[in-house]
Design a protein around this ligand. Structure first.
Ligand SMILES: [Zn+2]
Length: 58
């Protein structure tokens, strides 16, 4: 959900790292982070993180 990042900023980095929003894990591709989220984090943890994010926006 980082749509505000300009595309050029991503292209400036030859090896962009993607970081997990729930822990300090990083990966070289978005897909890797996606897999990491599915494998390493429980759905309840992800749901709680999303709700906390919503609360912060209010
Ligand atoms: Zn993680």
């Amino acid at each position: 959900m980082q749509a505000s990042v300009p595309r050029r900023a991503i292209e400036d980095h030859p090896n962009p790292t993607h970081s997990c929003p729930l822990c300090n894990c990083t990966a070289s591709s978005r897909d890797d982070i996606y897999c990491h989220l599915l494998v390493s984090h429980r759905k309840s943890t992800i749901a709680e993180a999303l709700l906390e994010d919503l609360e912060c926006q209010r």
